[in-house]
Design a binder for this molecule. Structure first.
Ligand code: GAP
Length: 456
């Protein structure tokens, strides 16, 4: 098996209906991507898997669906208005704009720009004469901070009071609803609030397919706890997130922890999980011990008490928050990157296989009538019965070999062939995507056979 390039993955995703360039017929809009029929099914399965692991299987965990628009003061309290920015410089020759930390790290992959001050980064650029990736010269403007929040106006009057932001993260929706959830669910600490939703960032250097985009989806999860339990919960979620990824099929050797050296001023501990993409290591998850910073700030800015009353001790305090966040689109990309393989068979033929765990496969099985003329009726009958249980595809065009290849390429774990044996004896052959082995089953046994193999 050879290494896959990003362009091959982009082409594959387009060819099979996973991901298309955004607004393609207009020449595309840079760094926007649309999920096609199979991509949205995969993405939905990933969201379902997250809900299962982080909400359903957890005691005391609640999902919410907060609005994208929030009161502008939320973003003042959170610190996004004053400091959610990227350090940028422009090349004086070709006028291209760059993130200084990216310039440094792509010049020397051992350099850690995240632990440098602004002055140190500029000194590094000057001392090393770091070249502009576009024109090769090394003469830049001074560093400026560029806020990443998208802002828009609401209402008819265009003044500063009517500015609203498109949320740059989901987390704040979970923080401002902390007491609503706690009271209505009669929750005791520790308890968690999770949500899946869109976030928007005016990234200056988006790229690498869907890895860094301006619109993306996050699966964020906040555990509210008492100070003193925080580090134990933080360590627990570091491991829990990694186990979630390996359960989804990402191999251990393509995952690594990246503990932050330089912490945000409110953070006590922070760690990313990186996945080894074909372009290098990239963050897919973050675990953050945010202390009681967020709720204290919202209490201060809103003037509303966000204290928790401990029913056992009668103590009142502002809880600590442990955040576990996953970039949904990055996880889709990692899973596609890992699952897409090209194999050379013994007969020299090349086989494209999307080795997804069956739970994530867009179609759980495909119904293939061997000869359209004779086997369609029975095939349709089986197709309709199974469709009530899971997503099933139906394919009657081309040779059986070609149809197997097509299903392999989109990750369908089981191909069910309907032939004369089905009509005479009520049996089918089921072919396994990965081993290509076939077994015979009674029609009535198919559902159970598949159900047992698509669990998560
Ligand atoms: N609430 C915390 C937070 O937003 P973050 O590390 O900035 O933390 C969380 O983002 C996750 O969102 C990241 O781990 C990443 O997977 C995803 N993410 C962040 N920026 C992104 C972008 N521009 N495009 C796609 N995914 C992104």
């Amino acid at each position: 098996m050879k290494e896959l390039t990003m362009q091959e993955l982009v082409n594959y995703c387009k060819q099979y209906g996973f991901i298309f360039q955004g607004s393609e017929i207009y020449g595309g809009l840079a760094n926007t991507w649309d999920y096609g029929p199979l991509g949205s099914r995969l993405k939905n399965a990933i969201k379902d898997s997250w809900r299962k692991r982080f909400i359903q299987e957890k005691d005391n965990a609640y999902e919410i669906d907060a609005d994208i628009f929030m009161h502008p003061k939320v973003w003042e309290a959170s610190g996004h208005v004053s400091s959610f920015s990227d350090p940028l410089i422009d090349c004086k020759y070709c006028h291209t704009r760059h993130r200084v930390d990216n310039l440094i790290e792509s010049y020397d992959d051992k350099a850690r720009a995240d632990s440098m001050t602004e002055e140190e980064m500029m000194k590094y650029i000057k001392d090393n004469k770091v070249p502009c990736p576009n024109c090769g010269k090394s003469d830049y403007t001074d560093l400026r901070q560029f806020n990443l929040m998208f802002e828009t106006q609401r209402g008819v009057v265009k003044d500063s009071k009517s500015i609203v932001y498109l949320r740059p993260e989901n987390a704040q929706g979970e923080y401002v609803n902390f007491l609503n959830v706690q009271r209505t669910m009669r929750a005791k600490l520790p308890f968690s609030i999770g949500q899946i939703g869109k976030a928007f960032r005016n990234e200056i250097t988006p790229g690498n397919f869907t890895f860094r985009t301006i619109e993306f989806e996050q699966m964020e999860y906040q555990t509210f706890c008492k100070e003193g339990n925080d580090t134990e919960i933080y360590n627990y979620y570091k491991e829990y997130a990694k186990k979630y990824f390996t359960d989804l099929g990402l191999p251990e050797n393509k995952l690594r922890y990246h503990d932050h050296e330089k912490l945000a001023h409110y953070a006590k501990e922070a760690c990313d999980i990186d996945y080894k993409f074909n372009f290098g290591w990239g963050e897919i998850n973050g675990t953050h011990n945010r202390t009681n910073y967020d709720l204290s700030r919202h209490q201060e800015y809103s003037g509303e008490s966000l204290m928790y009353l401990d029913p056992e001790t009668n103590e009142k305090f502002i809880p600590y928050i442990i955040e576990s966040t996953v970039g949904c689109d990055r996880l889709v990309l990692a899973i596609l990157d890992n699952a897409y393989t090209k194999e050379t068979l013994d007969n020299g033929e090349e086989r494209e296989v999307l080795k997804l765990i069956p739970y994530l496969a867009p179609y759980k099985c495909s119904i293939l009538p061997l000869v359209k003329k004779y086997h369609t009726e029975k095939s349709k009958e089986i197709y309709q019965k199974l469709s009530k249980k899971f997503m099933v595809s139906y394919d009657e065009t081309g040779s059986i070999g070609k149809r197997y290849r097509r299903q392999d390429a989109i990750g369908t774990p089981f191909c069910i062939t309907i032939d004369n044996e089905t009509i005479e004896n009520n049996t089918v052959t089921i072919r396994d995507r990965d081993t290509m082995e076939q077994i015979t089953l009674k029609v009535d046994e198919i559902e159970k056979y598949i159900e047992e193999r698509i669990n998560f």
